[in-house]
Design a protein around this ligand. Structure first.
Ligand code: PLP
Length: 372
């Protein structure tokens, strides 16, 4: 029998990512593939880089989409900015802080961990104490929007602390970018990485990254080359650097980049502040609706991310059965809890295209019907 093409089912993606992708962004990827060194593609790359600088609010020359998911952008930042033996302060308040720690250890860095309960923001005072106690620390890393819990940390305060203590800052804004303010230049962040599949509402698989001049200098001053050839920014930049010659490094994922470009155009047409405001407004409606159903959120109100809502699973309710029924009967995906929160929370994402009033109504109606 002839094998059939895969036809994915219709889903409303209300989990921790990927989020819904509009037809416009999907269709962008269906445009003809051209060579990644074609002059037309080179001009397109310059435009895409400009859009990435716009969304990160930066003029950093070293701004590019890493060919790989958010974890690739993350690993690239750690691999380039850390050398074996360097000391790093890692803030761990969820699964992605834990991933930062594991990457740093594999590089051979000496890791100082600032732990915070899952579901809370990073404690700025504790970080300050750790930096004071470790004056030889070279990097401070934190997750601005912890997708595993829905906690929002103060990127501005943490980046400022890093500068005060002569550290480079690495900020994970995979879930933050497009949904809440990310101000790379105004906050003085040295390295920020994101993902395409969250509030940019683009298919997964690319990781926008930006590095400050201070970070670029740290890379130039390295004693040992970056262990990963693929992720070495000093090589990748021969392809992504502006002006001059574009040298082959690896074959760029041409069609995926069309989609990223389109998703950034969509965001630009809406405006960043309008997008932040939409996420805030729809989040408040969702919370009111959940509370009306007798449900409560894990994270204290002043530390909540609008785009990721961790909802406590009521006593006696079967976690998997509810998620299964939502998916099978209503076509709605929500996320399970991770690590210590497994079986304790559901994660409801309101990211990018998913963050619309009619979509939360659909979810609330489905949850309401299941309660009866
Ligand atoms: N960091 C955060 C905060 C994330 O939410 C995620 C993915 O959910 C990642 C990093 C890793 O991104 P990816 O799954 O695209 O590799």
């Amino acid at each position: 029998m002839k094998q059939q093409s895969f036809q994915p089912p219709e889903r409303l993606l209300m989990g921790p990512g990927p989020s819904d992708v509009s037809r416009r962004v999907r269709e962008a990827a269906a445009r003809p593939t051209i060579g990644h060194l074609d002059p037309a593609f080179i001009a397109f790359m310059d435009e895409l880089k400009g859009l990435l600088q716009w969304v990160f609010r930066t003029e950093n020359a070293l701004t590019l989409p890493v060919s790989g998911p958010g974890t690739a952008g993350m690993e690239a930042c750690f691999a380039n900015l850390l050398e074996p033996g360097d000391k790093i302060v890692v803030c761990r308040n969820g699964a992605f802080g834990q991933r930062m720690l594991e990457m740093s250890e594999r590089i051979g860095a000496e890791v100082v961990t600032v732990d915070q309960e899952w579901g809370r923001a990073v404690d700025v005072a504790q970080v300050e104490a750790a930096l004071k106690a470790n004056p030889d620390a070279r990097v401070l890393a934190f997750v601005q929007a912890e997708t595993s819990t829905g906690a929002r940390s103060d990127g501005q305060a943490l980046a400022a602390l890093a500068r005060e203590h002569d550290c480079l800052s690495i900020m994970d804004c995979v879930t933050a970018l497009g949904g809440i303010p990310v101000e790379v230049d105004a906050w003085g962040v040295d390295a920020a990485y994101a993902g395409t599949q969250k509030c940019l509402s683009c298919p997964p698989g690319l990781s926008p990254v930006t590095l400050s001049e201070r970070a670029a200098e740290r890379i130039r001053d390295r004693q040992v080359p970056v262990q990963s050839w693929f992720m070495d920014f000093s090589l990748v930049m021969n392809y992504w650097g502006s002006g001059g010659q574009r040298a082959y490094h690896h074959t760029a994922p041409v069609n995926a980049l069309y989609s990223l470009h389109e998703s950034l155009l969509v965001l630009k047409e809406e405006g960043l502040s309008a997008s932040w405001e939409r996420h805030r407004r729809i989040h408040e409606k969702l919370v009111a609706g959940l509370e009306a159903l007798g449900l409560s959120l894990l994270v204290p109100a002043d530390e909540r991310l609008p785009q990721l809502n961790a909802v406590r699973i009521p006593e006696g309710v079967d976690d998997g059965a509810v998620r299964g029924k939502l998916l099978e009967d209503h076509g709605i995906e929500i996320g399970a809890g991770l690590g210590p929160l497994a079986g304790k929370v559901w994660r409801i994402g309101l990211m990018g295209e998913t963050c619309r009033e009619d979509k939360i109504e659909r979810l609330l109606t489905a949850l309401g019907a299941m309660k009866q």
